[in-house]
Design a protein around this ligand. Structure first.
Ligand SMILES: Nc1ncnc2c1ncn2[C@@H]1O[C@H](COP(=O)(O)OP(=O)(O)OP(=O)(O)O)[C@@H](O)[C@H]1O
Ligand SMILES: [Mg+2]
Length: 275
């Protein structure tokens, strides 16, 4: 008897990782959270909306792809639900960690989108019309708040904000305000929920520890949780440069792996209590 087609998980968490600065560690965060949650049994897809192609590089899949083999396919006017899903070369825990790759072809998408009606909800429509089976979809977007960011905002159920140690609090305020204002303009129902902020690349010195605490206070004033930071470690860079991004693989047992655990726990809690 033919197997029934896998349908959408009845409950799905769509996490948008967003920052209004480059090189903060968005892709690093997405890969580590996706990998770990897959290890824990959650069916996870990391979807790259960025033009820089770093997800492909981090996954050891750094070759030129046909646009149909990238996230750009989802933005085609005639997209028919054939999701271009890939698996990192370094493995796929429990068969539950998959990726959709971005890259420079996303630039054409960003140039084409503004002239389309319903541009902000192109991704939302694709997910609705052709449901994915994943429990968790993580969206990795470019550092600029452009038209692709609107497509992520429109479909996100949760938002996570990685914060660099060089961040200006006025920049964080701007980002939060932008998210709230645009979510209202898009009339999102329900509104995406802030999972929280997370200080990134925190060095082991008193200044940066103090700055981390300051960030926490500022977010608390806006009722946004702040997770303990992810430390700075050159091993993250070594791992990604070698196309073996998750530290869980490149340096299993490295203490920095633990830095993701509070986020992993928070995500698991949300996944278990999705409406
Ligand atoms: N905690 C960390 N400690 C040291 N290096 C890190 C850390 N996190 C990320 N990096 C390194 O910093 C670089 C940028 O990280 P990443 O690509 O994840 O950032 P990003 O925010 O996705 O950047 P972009 O805006 O270009 O997409 C990478 O080389 C990565 O390996
Ligand atoms: Mg990135």
């Amino acid at each position: 008897m033919p197997k029934p087609k896998v349908l959408k998980a009845s409950r799905q968490l769509i996490l948008w990782i967003v920052a209004n600065a480059g090189g903060v560690g968005k892709t690093t965060l997405g890969i580590h959270l996706g990998y770990r949650l897959a290890q824990l049994g959650w069916n996870t897809l990391l979807l790259d909306l960025d033009t820089n192609g770093s997800l492909a590089r981090f996954c050891g899949l750094d070759y030129s792809l046909d646009p149909q083999q990238t996230t750009a396919a989802l933005f085609e006017r005639n997209f028919s639900g054939d999701y271009p899903i890939h698996r990192p070369i370094w493995g796929n825990p429990k068969g539950k960690f998959e990726v959709c790759l971005g890259g420079d072809v996303m630039l054409s998408v960003a140039l084409d989108l503004p002239s389309r009606t319903g541009r902000e909800i192109v991704l939302k429509r694709a997910f609705k019309k052709y449901p994915l089976p994943h429990d968790l979809i993580i969206l990795d977007s470019p550092a600029s708040l452009d038209v692709l960011s609107y497509t992520a905002l429109a479909v996100a159920t949760h938002i996570l904000i990685p914060l660099p140690m060089s961040v200006k609090m006025s920049g964080v305020d701007f980002l939060l305000q932008w998210i709230r204002t645009e979510a209202e303009s898009l009339d999102l129902d329900p509104m995406p929920q802030f999972l929280g902020g997370v200080p990134m690349r925190v060095a082991n010195n008193a200044d940066q520890q103090a700055f981390s605490s300051e960030i926490k206070e500022v977010l608390a004033q806006q009722s946004i949780p702040c997770f303990p930071g992810v430390r700075h470690s050159v091993e993250f860079e070594n791992a990604s440069n070698r196309g073996r991004a998750p530290l869980y693989i490149y340096r299993p047992g490295h203490s920095a792996c633990q830095d993701f655990e509070p986020l992993v726990q928070a995500l698991q809690q949300q996944l278990r209590h999705l409406p």
